[in-house]
Write a protein that binds this ligand. Structure first.
Ligand code: GTP
Length: 356
């Protein structure tokens, strides 16, 4: 089966982390998210992956190259200007000749795609959407379905009481190529507000595949931290099995008086100075230098970060090559852009990048 990955968005909610890295490439436990996604597709008999790119497209192409990945062929299709989620798939229509998969390039899930495909075939569906149950659907695209999963209605971000359904669009679809005929060529077009409602009006059979695997949209700072924490904490046994190799720590040097507590992953060639405490769940990238008497908890540090002495990091995200001066405190959900030097405390929720 072929899979189309939507990887062209600008990832604005993760700025300034995405200033020079497209969102699908942000590291989850020290590996680009797209590698995790491709590994999981390879396990479900996907043979060809079409990555639709636009924002910072070279970064993705340069990383994976032109020789495929995990025995899958990779094709890159560039949009000069973003075409939207359904427009991006319409744009690769000529590469699609059979039932295919579409995935948002920012959803971390261990959904069983093979079972979803069986459901799609059994239902004789033209478009099957993976639906995830949430307690508060008010910020999501909600889908109303019949008992057998037949889709009756889409409601974007419903007001309280507007729907009884708690099933949201999980950003993974199995589609038949002929449904793309109704999509406009070379126009910005979305699944949620364009293609799916139009299919509904024309009574093309669409089904919701209801399932509750691990699922998270990593596109906000809190969710980005959470997915790293969840994998380290192994909230779901199948995640830890699939990701066991990445939980091994690589070679690093820690002073004997340094303390590492709880689930922590440390990349290659790191140095952890005397008296520093690292509390999990925390991710330390490669080539990171941590001075003396620092306290780091619940944070994600990308490669090449350099911390002075007596620095306190709490649930924050530091991108590649950030340096932090002595005694600086960086609080919850702060994000610091690649290459920045942090000279003063950052209060919770404050981001630091070249544009402020
Ligand atoms: P925000 O700017 O923070 O909303 O992020 P985003 O636009 O990058 O992602 P969003 O959650 O809105 O989109 C879901 C997925 O679709 C992401 O993986 C995006 O990369 C991808 N995507 C969004 N718009 C486009 C587009 O115009 N073209 C392509 N190829 N992919 C897109």
């Amino acid at each position: 089966m072929k899979a189309v990955i939507l990887a062209g968005g600008a990832g604005t909610r993760l700025r300034p982390l995405t200033n020079n890295l497209p969102k699908p490439m942000v590291p989850i436990l020290n590996r680009p998210f797209l590698e995790h996604m491709l590994d999981s597709l390879a396990a479900h008999n996907v043979t060809d992956v079409i990555i639709t790119v636009s924002y910072l497209s070279d970064n993705i192409r340069n990383h994976f190259g032109d020789n495929g990945y995990a025995n899958m062929n990779i094709h890159y299709v560039l949009e000069e200007s973003p075409l939207g989620t359904a427009g991006a798939v319409k744009n690769v229509e000529k590469l699609l000749d059979d039932t295919f998969l579409v995935l948002n390039g920012d959803i971390f899930t261990n959904l069983d795609i093979s079972k979803m495909l069986l459901f799609h075939n059994d239902a004789d569906s033209k478009a099957t959407l993976f639906l995830k149950e949430v307690s508060d659907p008010s910020q999501f695209g909600v889908v109303e379905i019949k008992g057998d999963g037949y889709i009756e209605k889409f409601i974007e971000k419903p007001n309280p009481g507007e729907t009884k359904s708690n099933w949201i669009n999980g950003g993974v679809y199995i589609l038949e190529p002929d449904i793309l005929q109704i999509a406009p060529e070379n126009e910005f077009y979305m699944f949620e507000r364009g293609l799916f409602p139009t299919l509904l009006e024309t009574q093309i059979p669409m089904y919701g595949y209801r399932n509750n695997p691990y699922w998270i949209d990593l596109g906000t700072p809190s969710n980005y931290l959470r997915v790293n924490h969840d994998i380290l904490n192994a909230v779901d046994e199948s995640m830890i099995v699939e990701n066991r190799d990445i939980l091994n720590t690589e070679g690093y040097f820690a002073h004997p008086s340094a303390v590492i507590e709880g689930p922590v992953i440390v990349g290659r060639d790191c140095f952890i100075g005397a008296g520093s405490v690292i509390r999990g769940p925390t991710v330390i990238g490669s080539g990171v230098t941590i001075g003396e008497d620092n306290v780091i908890s619940g944070s994600v540090l990308w490669d090449g970060v350099k911390l002075g002495h007596q620095v306190i990091l709490t649930e924050c995200i530091l991108a590649d090559d950030v340096t932090v001066d002595d005694k600086v405190r960086i609080g919850n959900l702060c994000m610091v852009a690649s290459g920045m030097n942090v000279t003063a405390d950052l209060q919770p929720g404050i981001s630091l990048g070249p544009t402020g």
